[in-house]
Design a binder for this molecule. Structure first.
Ligand code: C5P
Length: 394
């Protein structure tokens, strides 16, 4: 089973002195919730903003701040670490790292570390745009460090501009990307997610409870594992997954057209969308009056998977079967009937596996048999689904 790429990985979080230090506390919490083992090293200046005790309590590990009280820590710590994250990274620290100065816990740790390094600059916008800082950032990027670029917004000084430390979620995503396997590099994935809306008149539609979370998790994890990802999405309330090109659609007809347009360039199609099964037969171009009520006739929606699986140059196809009970017979029939390579079954009545939940309990059914998985996060489900894609699609 593939858990989060951060699980049990040893991450050093290096904190340098800017107001954004308070956000680094949240970063520790987020890394810990991915089950990473986090050790914090701090500069003298950063300790003026937040006490080491905060980081010690959140990480559950000793915090290293002084080179002389732990003279060998800057060598022993990096030797056992998988990733170094410098957040916030001040202009001063970026300058030191770019020129090889090593006179504090953070810069010493950096020089003694041989793994992937992420840095998240945080400073006033004029400082961030200064040619010297930009030159130093180019140097670090040229050496293979990954910059999680700062965002535009109101800065601590009251001015607006680019310099605010990246959202913690973006830093966690970058960390996951660094430690993720890249077994989908060079593969092109088309993920289709979310519900569709089938209009009765210009203001009313039929839809379903799909949140899109499973499909979005698949797109994010596939991009992290190196795939070139296009996500066709019905209307959902989710942020676009990092690293994926998003195509937005509303109706099943639009979804079908978008899939037909993009499927030619795909090696793998993951059909996680909850496409409507019925479309109103008589669309009214004007809003229907309240009146007495009326009979709404429905016709079947186009079957998107079938439209693709029947063609000559079809990609590897993964489908989903959400059911309201444990019986997998229907899912097996869909696997055959719709010409899929494997189908992901889930019983939406199981606690924690229903709509809008962040977890799911899935079984993967293919022609060889069935594999059941425990209740786990939708990202972890995405990892095992993509593992199976890699195994079966060659
Ligand atoms: O029959 P059911 O809707 O349960 O089939 C589920 C699978 O078929 C899913 O992968 C879903 O995305 C896909 N599907 C489709 N076109 C439809 C209905 C479902 O491609 N009209």
């Amino acid at each position: 089973m593939s858990p989060s790429s951060l699980k049990s990985r040893r991450v050093i979080l290096a904190v340098t002195g800017g107001v954004a230090v308070y956000k680094a506390a949240d970063l520790v919490r987020r890394l810990k919730s991915e089950e990473a083992d986090v050790t914090v090293v701090m500069t003298e200046a950063s300790r003026r903003f937040v006490s080491p005790l905060t980081f010690e309590s959140l990480s559950g590990n000793k915090v290293y701040t002084d080179v002389f009280s732990d003279p060998l820590a800057h060598v022993s710590l990096p030797a056992g670490a998988d990733l170094l994250v410098i957040a916030p990274a001040t202009a001063n620290m970026i300058g030191k790292l770019a020129s090889g100065i090593a006179d504090d816990m953070v810069s010493l740790t950096f020089l003694a570390f041989r793994g992937p390094v992420i840095f998240a600059p945080a400073m006033n916008w004029r400082m961030y745009g200064h040619p010297v800082v930009q030159r130093n950032i180019r140097t670090l990027r040229g050496l293979g460090l990954l910059e999680v670029e700062p965002e535009e917004g109101e800065l601590a000084c009251g001015e607006r501009g680019v310099g605010r430390m990246a959202d913690v979620g973006r830093i966690v995503e970058a960390a996951k990307g660094c430690l993720s396997k890249k077994d989908l590099a060079g593969r092109r994935l088309l993920v289709v997610a979310g519900p569709t809306r089938e209009y009765i008149d210009p203001v009313r539609f039929i839809s379903n409870r799909s949140s899109g979370k499973m499909g979005y998790a698949l797109a994010a994890v596939a991009a992290r594992r190196g795939a070139d990802v296009t996500l066709i999405s019905g209307p959902v309330a989710l942020d676009p997954p990092p690293g994926a090109d998003v195509v937005r659609v509303e109706t099943s007809e639009e979804m079908l057209e978008a899939v037909k347009r993009h499927v030619r360039e795909a090696d793998i199609l993951v059909m996680a969308a909850a496409v409507a099964d019925f479309v109103p037969e008589d669309y009214s171009p004007v809003k229907r009056e309240k009146g007495e009520g009326f009979v709404l006739r429905l016709r079947p929606a186009p079957d998107i998977v079938k439209a693709v699986s029947g063609t000559g140059e079809r990609p590897f196809i993964v489908g989903f079967s959400a059911e309201t009970g444990p019986d997998t017979a229907k899912a097996r029939r869909k696997l055959e009937d719709k010409g899929m390579d494997f189908i992901v079954f889930n019983d939406v009545t199981v606690d924690g596996a229903g709509f809008d939940s962040d977890t799911n309990k899935i079984s993967i059914i293919d022609r060889e048999g069935i594999a059941d998985y425990p209740l786990m996060s939708k990202e972890a489900c995405a990892e095992v689904i993509l593992d199976r894609c890699v195994e079966l699609s060659g």
